[in-house]
Design a protein around this ligand. Structure first.
Ligand SMILES: [Zn+2]
Length: 78
């Protein structure tokens, strides 16, 4: 995500992305966790909603799915 869009991400979602980021994951070593993907989905969804690229309903679905992933298991990998 470019800096302009990153600045549109709500602070609590930015914090989640940082919390579940693991050094090396951009090189897939380790693979990004399910929880990081959930946090990334929230960040992308929030920007997409702000830019009217998705509906409020789609955004609610993204949030419900992410909430489930963030609440599950200890490592978050599927
Ligand atoms: Zn961008």
């Amino acid at each position: 995500m470019c800096p302009r869009h990153w600045r549109m991400v709500p602070r609590n979602f930015q914090n989640l992305v940082y919390r579940y980021y693991q050094p090396g994951q951009c090189e897939l070593s380790p693979m990004p966790s399910g929880k990081w993907h959930a946090a990334a989905d929230l960040a992308i969804g929030a920007v997409a909603l702000k830019e009217s690229r998705i509906s409020e309903e789609t955004y609610e679905r993204i949030k419900a799915k992410a909430r489930e992933a963030l609440a599950s298991g200890s490592c978050g990998n599927e």
